[in-house]
Design a protein around this ligand. Structure first.
Ligand code: SF4
Length: 429
């Protein structure tokens, strides 16, 4: 049981001390007031919890988080939580960059697994029909289109339990990965279910960048959602992927009728992995008619509907706990208002799926996304961009003087300039 109401808070007088003259000037222009005794955050006292101190001061991802520490972070007052997660985004990434990905279903429907939320399970009564694996030319032309529209990562999903006994499909998919890599220079990702020994190595040889295999939810809630494969099966596939030298894309789904403790436990599993996933997709469930979960959310889980606040807490905590990982808002974004999406980016999301479709669900369109992000000063992330700790900001907490200061690097991105460079390079915005 997490003691979320009895956390001891150590209060630090918070002062933002700007040490770079360049940045001083930039901030002076943007906020109109720079003084090393005035907190730009608008408050003279800012509580920093112990676990939050740990998250803010590390220069590298940590793997020894406890559920209590994660609960402390998750339950930080929301406005503080978003502020801290923004600091960490800036510490580990260029905060202006958003990765654009496209996700194509290369083999739709007819899956033998019993995931209660999924439209593609043959056990669920939805409108999705089983289809064959798409051919190379169809997949390549979709990847090409995605690249022309500004996507830098192309993901391919198949509705399968796994790749056991699918030697010829593995060969075909490896061919798709290779062609997209060689001819388009895009990052590639596949989600093909469980892998047998040696199959990850085949995909690695083809040049695969990342393999997606979500844990979906907490270990405890998992058994309420899926019975045809275990939580540990999921972790074993993730390990196979990482052992083969492929980046792991592993996250889950919010809105499966889980509790706050489940979301905390889900984050705990991910952030205590020996190597954090390179990418952490967070999906917001859109209940689909004909799936068992759509009914259970109205009965068994009534009253546990996911709120925007819970989603923001999950995303911001993921950012703080896995600072060098790309945090990806996956399914469900098309149901959100622009103002909600802005909050999501402020909580630490730095990758989205964009395009015509996301597997079998709707997706926000490329042009709509580019216009929205341009309006807010975001630019597309280049392919193969990875986190660079302390590239843009350094956070120091001095327990003696009870102050925290932030040093911005001289090369902190200036949005206008970054935007212009990206416009010239990508030609997409
Ligand atoms: S394994 Fe994937 S495709 Fe199959 S039912 Fe589960 S979520 Fe759907």
């Amino acid at each position: 049981m997490l003691k979320i109401t009895t956390f001891k808070r150590s209060c630090f007088t918070s002062r933002l001390i700007l040490k770079s003259t360049t940045i001083k000037r930039n901030f002076a222009q943007s906020v109109g007031k720079v003084d090393d005794t005035v907190g730009l955050i608008g408050s003279k006292t800012l509580p920093i919890l112990k676990a939050m101190q740990k998250a803010l001061t590390t220069d590298k991802p940590l793997h020894d988080w406890t559920p209590d520490q994660i609960g402390e972070i998750y339950n930080t007052p929301l406005h503080d939580l978003l502020f801290y997660s923004q600091l960490i985004t800036r510490k580990f990434f260029n905060p202006s960059e958003i990765q654009f990905c496209s996700l194509l279903s290369i083999k739709t429907g007819g899956c033998t697994e019993d995931c209660k939320y999924c439209a593609q399970s043959s056990r669920n009564h939805t409108d999705v029909k089983a289809e064959k694996l798409l051919d190379l030319d169809t997949v390549f032309s979709q990847a090409k289109k995605a690249k022309q529209k500004g996507a830098t990562r192309f993901c391919m999903g198949s509705a399968w339990r796994g790749m056991h006994g699918r030697k010829s499909a593995l060969k075909k998919i490896s061919g798709m990965v290779k062609k997209i890599n060689d001819e388009l220079g895009m990052e590639t990702c596949v989600t093909l279910g469980m892998l047998d020994d040696g199959q990850a190595e085949v995909l690695k040889k083809a040049g695969l960048t990342a393999y997606n295999h979500n844990i979906d939810t907490s270990r405890n809630h998992y058994k309420n959602i899926i019975s045809s494969r275990t939580f540990d099966d999921r972790l074993a596939t993730g390990k196979r992927v990482q052992d083969a030298g492929i980046s792991l894309c592993q996250g889950g789904i919010c809105g499966l009728g889980e509790t706050d403790d489940d979301r905390i436990s889900f984050l705990h599993t991910l952030c205590t992995l020996k190597e954090h996933p390179e990418s952490v997709p967070i999906n917001k469930l859109i209940p689909i008619k004909g799936t068992p979960l759509a009914d259970e959310l109205k009965t068994k889980y009534k009253g546990r509907e996911l709120t925007m606040e819970q989603l923001l807490r999950t995303i911001a905590s993921a950012r703080l706990l896995m600072p060098a990982s790309i945090v990806r808002l996956a399914a469900g974004r098309y149901t959100m208002k622009e103002s909600e999406q802005l909050l999501i980016f402020m909580a630490g999301v730095n990758a989205i799926f964009t395009g015509e479709k996301m597997l079998t669900t709707m997706c926000n369109g490329w042009d709509e996304d580019i216009n929205m992000l341009k309006k807010w000063g975001f630019v597309p992330m280049k392919s193969f961009t990875r986190s660079t700790p302390n590239a843009h900001l350094r956070i120091n907490i001095d327990s003696k003087s009870k102050t925290f200061s932030i040093n911005l690097a001289e090369n902190v991105p200036i949005t206008e300039r970054a935007l212009k460079e990206h416009c010239e390079e990508s030609g997409s915005i």
